[in-house]
Design a protein around this ligand. Structure first.
Ligand SMILES: Nc1ncnc2c1ncn2[C@@H]1O[C@H](COP(=O)(O)OP(=O)(O)OP(=O)(O)O)[C@@H](O)[C@H]1O
Length: 343
């Protein structure tokens, strides 16, 4: 059985008499213990979707089933109880600024009637888990962004949730801190089997941690499946844009980075499915054809725990030569795809 099942979900808002269709006929299913990413550009409907998953926002049409229960059939009281199983963390942490770290974590425990001593004991365990024991008495204003998010994660775990929804949880953090928060989420997923749903606009986050991904575009789910498969064979324009946009963001910076980059006449995006495959192939190709190719981008990343490589090559001029080079790479078992320009 799925942990979360979304069936024909649509959500529209009335904005001063104008209907805004934020989500249109969304269907997806998230299995227990999965790390599931929902990605899309700004305004795609990600936050609306995640808020529908715990009925903070009621769908206009369709159903959300959590652990087999249709949320629309629950009373307000039952819904509140159900929400204890679905914790949430946010981009801006949402900590109580007047309370210190330990009291922030104790807060949900005290609300559900636990004794103060028990709540503090549990809070200290959670602080240990997120590696922040020494900050128990600090106030949020005295913490870095990454530390605040760790406190928010500890607080979210206090109610022993089955599902953790992360709404742009790393978007306000630098890349190094993002990596450490994602590693913590992965650790929590593995240790406790908590299903994690990650909302993000960054493909790098999806690639780092998620097993499955859904791509939203203007309120429509345009692609869904295993991260590796979608990364290697994006079908929708939105997926391709997110993947290539991510490459340009990661690779080019400083003087060489431009908002819009038009690639050379003929460029190939290559995805390496073996960690070690690419260097000999490219080197041998240059030797074989005796022409230089321009490596516009080369990168190796972690996709679903397996090291993966990708590269964008600018090919030398000449149609025939380009076709021979392409054939050579296909023969060597590389996945290639022509790209012309991207943002
Ligand atoms: N309460 C609301 N009232 C009216 N329109 C809304 C409301 N909430 C969201 N929308 C609209 O629904 C669409 C989807 O918004 P949503 O915030 O879900 O997108 P998003 O993908 O999370 O965007 P971002 O990454 O910028 O946060 C947008 O057009 C937005 O303006």
């Amino acid at each position: 059985m799925s942990d979360i099942e979304v069936r024909h979900l649509s959500k529209s808002f009335d904005l001063k008499g104008v209907k805004v269709e934020a989500l249109k006929d969304i269907n997806l299913s998230i299995k227990p213990g999965d790390i599931y990413g929902i990605i899309g550009m700004s305004g795609a409907g990600k936050s609306t979707l995640v808020r529908c998953l715990n009925f903070l926002e009621r769908p206009t049409e369709g159903e959300v089933l959590v652990g087999g229960k249709d949320l629309s059939t629950l009373t307000e009281k039952e819904l509140r109880k159900q929400r204890q199983e679905i914790a949430m963390i946010f981009q801006h942490f949402n900590l109580l600024m007047q309370k210190n770290v330990i009291d922030n974590i104790c807060f949900p425990l005290l609300l559900r009637g636990e004794k103060k001593a028990d709540a503090r004991r549990r809070a200290m365990e959670l602080l240990k888990l997120v590696d922040l024991e020494e900050k128990a008495n600090a106030y949020p204003s005295q913490l870095s962004g990454g530390q605040k998010q760790r406190v928010a994660i500890a607080r979210a775990l206090a109610s022993d949730p089955k599902i953790l929804l992360c709404d742009e949880a790393t978007s306000a953090l630098d890349p190094q801190t993002t990596a450490s928060i994602l590693a913590l989420l992965k650790d929590i997923n593995e240790k406790f089997g908590i299903t994690i749903v990650i909302i993000t606009h960054q493909m790098a986050v999806i690639r780092e941690i998620c097993k499955h991904v859904a791509i939203l575009n203007h309120g429509v789910l345009v692609e869904e499946g295993e991260v590796e498969e979608i990364f290697n064979h994006p079908k929708s324009e939105a997926a391709r844009e997110l993947i290539l946009g991510d490459i340009s963001e990661n690779q080019w910076n400083g003087e060489t980075r431009q908002k819009e980059r038009v690639l050379e006449d003929k460029c190939l995006r290559i995805v390496f499915t073996e960690n070690s495959a690419f260097e000999p192939v490219i080197a041998n190709m240059i030797l074989k054809f005796g022409v230089p190719v321009n490596i516009l981008k080369a990168d190796t990343k972690n996709v679903g725990g397996i090291a993966k490589g990708e590269m964008i090559l600018g090919l030398p001029e000449g149609h025939e030569l380009q076709e021979q080079i392409k054939a050579y790479m296909v023969e060597k078992g590389l996945e290639i795809e022509e790209v012309t320009q991207y943002v």
